[in-house]
Design a protein around this ligand. Structure first.
Ligand code: ADP
Ligand code: MG
Length: 363
């Protein structure tokens, strides 16, 4: 196991990149602590697999370095990095039995037969494939094949890191939840460094202690699931995480006061007197309430989603979502929206521009 450091990493698939648009990774600096459970979260095409393949050595980055425990491995081939990687689609040997497939990474390293048998039995039990150990892999269903593929990634206990690249894509929805929970348990038991790549916020937030959110080849925020929810550093994070995501509303700032559709809005804390760029207010639906006074709005949609109601209301041409726990209004109702000030943030060109709320002093 190792601490992984990525330094000034950039990658272009073009031999002669002409500008930032030609880079699949723009500039990545990251420290993955030894033993951490990380998720790499972002939409399709943002550079997740590129980053993973650079860590495993399948790709050599155009610029920058990868260090394992301070040692430069940038130019080392995959087999010298001591890494296990699980891909989106199963990578197994069809002609071997399930047992032989699971044993392969250990046998390859000269592990003794007794240890192999024990490890294979443990992993098979965890993945609930014990009853198929003696079957040929060729006859398995796609999700069983993928389970075996994951087992091959997990069977060694001497690796620097185990990386999963959207491993649950081919897995049945009900099994997905189960496997995700198992991976989390397994991480707690073996404390390998694990990096789990996904475009699905639920997968990322349930698996990881730390989530790295990427957009367009850049890391936009690293934090615990709570931190990403509480105080998104970028409107993209606010929007991408949460259900529904954060409301991102066009705003104006005059003399240190923010306005939305001409209405003054109290923010979490102070802002600079002059905020350059495109200014927006970010407020999560959880912190928008329907009140006696506030911003006048007209309810446009009411959706009962079980635990609560999602109310959408129009302020001018802008839709604002509010999560309601009490009695819900009806479509067409005139309401007033109240934004919880401590949870109301200002963004400039996407990046957070308001100071956090002052903590009450202990004095
Ligand atoms: P993700 O895994 O987040 O979906 P990728 O790392 O696969 O994203 O891709 C990042 C960007 O690099 C995308 O624009 C993709 O089209 C491009 N890309 C990925 N692989 C290659 C390749 N082998 N050659 C050229 N471009 C690639
Ligand atoms: Mg990918």
């Amino acid at each position: 196991m190792a601490k992984i450091t990525l330094k000034n990493l950039r990658h272009s698939y073009f031999p002669e990149p002409k500008g930032p648009q030609d880079y699949a990774l723009k500039e990545v600096d990251l420290d993955w602590q030894d033993g951490g459970a990380y998720a790499l979260l972002g939409p399709s095409g943002c550079g997740k697999s590129t980053l993973l393949n650079i860590i495993s050595g399948l790709l050599v980055p155009s610029e920058g370095q990868i260090l394992f425990d301070g040692q430069d491995v940038t130019k080392l081939p995959p087999d010298q990095r001591n890494i296990a990687q699980v891909f989106q689609f199963p990578v197994i040997y069809d002609t071997m039995t399930v047992r032989e497939n699971l044993a392969f990474p250990l046998k390859n390293r000269g592990v003794d037969p007794a240890t192999i048998e024990k490890r294979v039995a443990e992993i098979a039990e965890m993945l609930e494939v014990t009853d198929m150990l003696d079957r040929k892999a060729a006859g398995l269903s796609p999700d069983n094949k993928q389970k075996i593929s994951m087992g091959r990634g997990l069977v060694r206990d001497d690796v620097n890191v185990v990386m999963f690249d959207e491993p649950l894509t081919v897995i049945d929805p009900h099994l997905k939840w189960k496997l995700r929970t198992k991976l989390k348990e397994l991480h707690q038991r073996v404390s390998h460094t694990m990096i789990y790549v996904t475009h699905d916020q639920t997968e990322a937030l349930t698996f990881a202690d730390q989530v790295v959110v990427m957009q367009l080849g850049e890391v936009v925020q690293i934090g615990t699931p709570e931190e990403l929810f509480e105080r998104p550093a970028h409107t993209f994070v606010g929007h991408f995480i949460g259900s529904p995501g954060m409301n991102v509303l066009p705003a104006e700032v005059k003399d240190g006061q923010a306005y939305f559709e001409g209405q003054p809005v109290t923010l979490e804390g102070p802002i600079a007197s002059d905020v350059p760029g495109t200014v927006e207010i970010g407020i999560r639906p959880e912190f928008v309430s329907l009140a006696e006074t506030g911003i006048p709005a007209t309810v446009s949609r009411v959706a009962d989603v079980g635990r609560h109601t999602v109310v959408e209301a129009m302020v001018g041409a802008h839709k604002v979502a509010a999560i309601q726990n009490g009695p819900a209004p009806q479509k067409g109702d005139k309401v007033h929206l109240h934004f919880t000030p401590e949870q109301t943030r200002l963004y400039a060109d996407g990046w957070i521009a308001s100071e956090p709320a002052q903590k009450e002093s202990a004095a």
